[in-house]
Design a protein around this ligand. Structure first.
Ligand code: NAD
Length: 262
């Protein structure tokens, strides 16, 4: 008899690594996976805040959770995080590549240093983490990688100038498809989530000021006329992490209140 569909959403006994999960979308997705039963490993540069987040996840959801310092741009950190997760839990089932930064500046003024920084965290970091954790997943013959891209990888936002971010996120989407294709027959699925405007620390300086001209443009252009909240990605994260999505790889899942629909 086929397994019940709701059971296929369970992450009971699984182990998930989430990068940049001290706050914002990463924290909300780590909480969602924990609620579905997964143990959690947070890789963060803000390790103090990440340790508090892990403790709170453990307390609230009754799963083991820990945090480690990991700069996603460092292959050494990525390998160390992978080894630590495997040593502590004996397996890694899920990787959410969530850590990201943004830089707003007209393209003609951007210093190379700022361009490189955004590409390094937002695109190179996704490859570096996927390679390190992907090796462990390929050896185990199973795993799900979820890359947090953005609608900015599909459309160009306005009125703010953020060419480095847009280019990096478009790169994440095609990297997702590339890895998905390479690893499809070896049990490792790779998908991307492309969120629209979400209320987090990354966007707080704008959304805290309802009169901000950018916010007015964003909401005018958004069919739902509101930003998303971090918990609104939880269902998608559980779906992509779990066996409920066993035939899904190389997909890009937009959650943007309809922004890119028209
Ligand atoms: N907020 C939005 O509107 C929005 C929309 C679309 C996509 N996203 C993407 O979602 C992801 C999370 O965004 P958020 O809004 O929660 O951001 P946030 O700034 O609230 O959180 C990002 C986290 O990543 C961590 N981080 C930064 N650089 C890192 C590095 N090199 N290594 C490890 N950790 C690092 C930070 O310490 C921070 O805790 C990002 O990839 C972002 O681009 C956000």
């Amino acid at each position: 008899m086929e397994e019940s569909i709701m059971k296929r959403f369970s992450l009971e006994g699984r182990v998930s690594i989430v990068t940049g999960a001290a706050q914002g979308l990463g924290l909300a997705m780590a909480q969602a996976l924990a609620e579905a039963g997964s143990r959690i490993v947070i890789g963060e540069v803000n390790v103090d805040k990440a340790r508090d987040a892990a403790r709170e996840i453990s307390r609230r959801y009754g799963v083991e959770a820990e945090a480690m310092r990991c700069d996603v741009t460092s292959p050494e950190d990525a390998a160390a995080l992978t080894d630590a997760a495997r040593e502590r839990f004996g397996r890694i089932d899920v990787l959410i590549n969530n850590a990201g930064i943004v830089h707003h500046e007209p393209a003609e003024d951007v210093a190379y240093e700022n361009w490189f920084k955004v590409i390094n965290v937002d695109l190179n970091g996704v490859f570096i983490m996927s390679q390190a954790v992907g090796r462990a997943m390929l050896a185990a013959g199973r795993g799900s990688i979820i890359n947090i891209a953005s609608m900015s990888g599909l459309i160009v936002n306005t009125p703010q100038c953020q060419a480095s971010y847009n280019a990096a996120k478009a790169g994440v989407i095609h990297l997702t498809r590339s890895l998905a294709t390479e690893w499809a027959t070896r049990g490792v699925r790779v998908n991307a989530i492309a969120p629209g405007y979400m209320k987090t620390a990354m966007t707080a300086s704008f959304f805290e000021n309802a009169e901000h001209p950018w916010v007015k443009t964003w909401m005018d252009m958004s069919p739902m006329k509101r930003p998303g909240t971090p918990d609104e990605l939880g269902g998608l994260a559980i779906y992509l992490a779990s066996d409920a999505s066993s035939f899904t790889t190389g997909g890009v899942f937009v959650a943007d209140g309809g922004y890119s629909a028209w």
